[in-house]
Design a protein around this ligand. Sequence first.
Ligand code: ADP
Ligand code: MG
Length: 828
Amino acid sequence: QNEKISDQEKVENKTPSQPAVFIPVDRSPEIQEARLKLPVLAEEQVIMEAVRENPCVVICGETGSGKTTQVPQFLYEAGYASGSEIIGITEPRRVAAVSMSHRVAKEMNLSTRVVSYQIRYEGNVTSDTKIKFMTDGVLLKEIQKDFLLQRYSVIIIDEAHERSVYTDILIGLLSRIVPLRNKKGMPMKLLVMSATLRVEDFTDNTKLFRTPPPVIKVDARQFPVTIHFNKRTPMEDYTGEVFHKICKIHRMLPPGGILVFLTGQAEVHNLCRKLRKAFPYRKGNTTTDEDEETSETMRKFKKAKQKKTSLPRIDLDNYSALPVDEGDEDREAGIGDEEDEGSDLDIGDDPASIEEKADPSIPLYVLPLYSLLAPEQQAKVFRPSPHGTRACVVATNVAETSLTIPGIKYVVDCGRVKKRFYDRVTGVSSFRVTWTSQASANQRAGRAGRTEPGHCYRLYSSAVFGDFSLFSEAEITRRPVEDLVLQMKDLNIDKVVNFPFPTSPSAEALVAAEQLLVSLGALKEPPRTGRVKEMEQARLSCPITPLGRAMASFPVAPRYAKMLALGRQQDCLPYVIAVVAAMTVREIFEDLDRPACSEDESSKLIQRRARLTQMRRLWAGQGASLLLGDLMVMLGAVGACEFAGCTPKFCEENGLRYKAMVEIRRLRGQLTNAVNAVCPEVGVFVNPKMTPPTEHQVVCLRQIVLAGLGDHLARRVQAEDILDPKWKNGYKTPLLDDPVYIHPTSALFKTLPDFIVYQEIMETTKMYMRGVSAIEAEWIPELLPQYCHFGSPLESPSPWLCSSTGTIKCHRSSTFFRVGWQLPAVEM
Ligand code: ADP
Ligand code: MG
């Protein structure tokens, strides 16, 4: 029934609004045959007709139905790239952008000069490019340069069901750009493609589209999948359970590939290692696949090491040659891919014994699959497994919708997903493993029925499944939005509240974001006088400032971007970059509070803790540098680690997380590039081996930190003010009624300065501030006037944090201005 429409028919079918040309494509017979099996081919005519007649079209179809690979080809053949305009496709994940561009080039028998990709910092786009795959972040940046996207005749937003923040914003923007282009006589089309049928957020949203766009459903060629629930739900060692299940399937069930869903890269590697041990596969009796991959990792490692030792001064280009190159966040513009929270270069042997006595007579061809995996390794999953073996792909949720793996009959689903969580109060984010949604679990199960009837083994009970949320919520609703608001203001979208979000962030979140950005100087301050209603309006539509534009170009949160923007003063930039990189990476130090497993270990742990605490004290330095507090410790750690060549051994000995240090190094390179792009004439060069900052620079750094973290200010409660003993050694913040404390591991735990800024508040037994730096009271009115309520000098001791108004009461007394010696001035 999937008859191919003849080329002649296509030409005849065209209507006047269709581009005049039909561009033939010379495909190989094998490709042609494979294409014809794809359900989307049956809908080609319907899709193209809808595209001709409507500015916007939504296409829904199961993963594997051929949307990503075929729809761009339909458009190409219909002449949408025949003039000077090109076809653009956005993907939320870098993996998909790269691998799909290669696949489509191959299918169309065209070079990668014509079918190209662009991801942040990397791409192969040329002047011949006709079809361009890119990440959503890349297109967003292009809109900043050319709002009408004049290069494009069509934009396809792929994987819209993922509801990534940038995809959502793009749909909102394009809902305005497309009519504008049509009005100007430069017609443009928008296609939104989704793997689920839940598209009401796009179609039934009158803010977005005045007339709902047509939805074309592509039937899935889906065979039945039998779902098997576990009787009980393992809470702790679910990866162990996954291993047992695979062993059972492999030993007892008929041939057919196995696809396993885990939550992150480290889990994937551990399971691969265990499986390869249990069911070894030997290629030509010489090397196993594991050796191959291990040696690949080793090779990269060695290469990186060589670079490090033979080049004492590392220039910026060297960052891209490090093992963790593009970073472990697969999504663009600093929004994390939620599956890969860390790189896993640990290639040591797995000490865990293999309890399962497997019959190793049929080898298992084990392949890992996750975003950061090298493309050559990823490509292996598309090839048939070697004769006489069973394929077993161990994947993160990239295999859920972005990539389709052929030949899968069994799916093993751990039911979990790694997600980024944000704390609304502190803005702190963390990765946590949680249950996935019912929609995701069903997507995963669907992977088993692509070529024949299949089975899905869910390692949780049906009761637990019943408690899953129906759909994963849009990312935009569960994170603070100041970075996003800043990006939109940079696009001159001043009234962010009016923006046609497919799902809008909460009004409070938007207000909070706007306020923070105003106080950071990224947005113009709204007028303080006038009619209430007008002021209210103005408060929510502040335009961006030049400082805000610079900040918007840095791939970090606005508070840190502010620090980077100020960092060039007094030659502080390399230090600011290092501190920002260290603060952006989750926890650079090993957890010293880890409980011991045995008595023997306990004494060793106590020794180790003592040593590491001493090490941190050394890094904190004394006198002036100590006042930079925990940020000085971070700076010291980064500096010391670089001097030692950033080795796993050095990190282990000094209580640093190796992965974190590698990531900091990468980020330093990236941030330096970003700063250089803003101010090319200055051309900062970051030598990884920094010398420690001078006392003068440390003072400047503390001011810069204050300028960025101004809303995270805390004042020590003075002894004479303590009425309740809980306030002993406690600090007052503008927003919290209860005391917060400096964490015992902090460099300033004993110093207890009067005024500090903190990076975050963590609530454990008490509310503890982490990442603490001391600041001087007299800097507050100078550097944070926006938070200050200036009173008369006779009022209470100044500055005073007032929790009823959330402001700082203070007065500009002469004593607050540069007493004694000149402070390095920070231009604001
Ligand atoms: P969708 O976007 O609807 O999920 P795709 O267009 O990504 O579907 O994939 C369609 C088919 O093309 C899949 O079934 C898959 O088998 C095949 N395919 C995709 N990428 C490759 C590749 N790199 N190598 C071989 N086959 C591929
Ligand atoms: Mg797709």
